[in-house]
Design a protein around this ligand. Structure first.
Ligand code: SAJ
Length: 407
């Protein structure tokens, strides 16, 4: 039986550890948070994701998934910790690799010859080489010599809300610091991934992952720019884009109040940071998307008198998830509150307001919001809002940033 140690039990590490455990690997899940360890040890998922609770319960129940605060000897180590960014001078951002470094260094006491270390966290080009450097440095400090260590980058690609399915069915890239490392990584993923697994070097795998999310960001920026043009020239962008997409080689994404989450709005900066003088397009896309909440808030205000009550429908960063962090919808609500409006927030997936809105908005039901608001803005196309009709708005100013509401 293969022994696998997964460092970081977040929205990627926990499903990966659980899937491996249910496929017969002996998995040790490691996390720095006692709260996370306690939840997983009890067979509970601490992140909201369809069916993950059931999988974690099965994995822990089988005895194949255990948790600990520090790594233990294993055949394969998977690093799946966050790689956020830090603000830099001006508008640029720099990747923060401190969690990856800490995880890599923590392996030194337990590594054995021939072990494979896989970096799954989305990372700037060259990070897998840095992981090897941190491991070697730490081994040196401990006076240990471990031969034949292998290092690979195998980026996760799963979409929040569909993680369990996409973990198994998405094609995967395994980039090794050596061809042997890529081969060994493929063997591990082939134990649960039914799609194709492509082998390459680590740097290519690192940039491929970043390129995927930057592509989506640029495409959404294009849709958002078209939405702004449509407003100016009196065209309905929700009619326009589907018509343009009827062309066999065009696929424009959907405009909205901005780009949120921890990936699409973050990863492009990792490319910009590596080559600032060669990335004007990627930067421009970031600026367009980051400017959307302010543009939406000012459009909402145009139709309302000062202090008017605004119903903000949806606060999550995208439809049908409960994640309110890095959400452009929250940014719009905050801008409206800053401007002195009464904000009636409707978020069927949240029990409380996020910190930025506490004391500055009310969390209410859809019915309550529609009864009390002077104007309405739809910010997230949650399924819960699917039944909303123009008639429900009874002639009040309404902006639909997601093109959801029909006549
Ligand atoms: N958005 C739009 N218009 C669209 C699509 C999305 O405004 O047409 C907005 C969403 O509302 C959200 C943001 O973009 O605020 C990002 O949402 P998303 O659904 O595009 O992506 P994430 O962040 O949930 O997940 C992405 C995925 N990447 C790609 O599809 C290329 C996922 O596969 C990655 O695994 C994930 O990032 C990650 O971890 O990197």
């Amino acid at each position: 039986m293969r022994n696998v140690c997964v460092l970081g039990l977040g929205y990627i590490g926990l499903p990966t550890a659980s899937v491996l455990a249910t496929r017969g690997c002996a998995v040790l899940g490691v996390d720095v948070s006692p709260r996370v360890l306690e939840a997983v040890a009890a067979g509970r998922a601490h992140v909201e994701e369809p069916d993950l609770d059931v999988l974690v319960r099965a994995a822990v129940g089988s005895g194949n998934l255990r948790v600990a605060a520090a790594p233990a000897p294993a055949d394969v180590f998977i690093i799946a910790v966050p790689t956020p960014f830090r603000e830099r001078e001006g508008s640029a951002r720099a990747p923060d690799l401190s969690f990856v470094e800490a995880a890599a260094r923590s392996l030194a006491p337990v590594l054995a010859p021939g072990n494979l270390v896989i970096l799954e966290s989305t990372s700037p080009v060259g990070t897998t080489e840095k992981v090897r450097g941190w491991v070697e440095d730490e081994l040196g400090r401990l006076g240990r010599r471990v031969d034949g260590l292998l290092f690979a980058h195998c980026p996760e690609r799963v979409l929040p809300g569909q993680v369990l399915r996409e973990l198994v069915t998405n094609d995967r890239i395994c980039g090794g610091l050596t061809p042997e490392a890529a081969d060994r990584a493929r063997d591990l993923y082939a134990s649960f991934c039914t799609a194709r697994i492509y082998l390459t070097d680590a740097r290519t795998a690192e940039l491929a992952k970043l390129a995927e999310n930057a592509y989506r960001d640029v495409n959404i920026a294009y849709a958002n720019e078209l939405a702004a043009v449509c407003e100016r020239v009196g065209v309905d962008v929700w009619e326009l884009i589907p018509l343009a997409n009827r062309h066999p080689r065009v696929n424009i994404l959907r405009p909205g109040p901005g780009v949120g989450g921890h990936c699409v709005a973050v990863d492009p900066w990792f490319i910009v940071d590596a080559a600032p003088d060669r990335t004007p397009l990627i930067r421009a896309a970031r600026a367009v998307n980051d400017g959307r909440p302010a543009a939406v808030a000012s459009r909402v205000r145009e139709g309302l008198s000062p202090g008017a009550a605004v119903a903000c429908l949806g606060l999550a960063f995208k439809p049908d998830v409960d994640d309110l962090r890095e959400s452009p919808a929250v940014a719009v609500a905050r801008l409206l509150a800053d401007a002195g409006h009464r904000v009636l927030a409707v978020e069927p997936h949240a029990r409380e307001l996020p910190a930025e809105l506490r004391g500055r908005a009310e969390l209410v039901t859809l019915e309550d919001a529609l009864a009390r608001a002077d104007g309405v803005v739809l910010l997230v196309d949650h399924r819960a809002f699917a039944g909303l009709r123009i008639a429900d708005l009874r002639g009040r100013p309404f902006i639909d940033t997601r093109g959801m509401v029909r006549a």
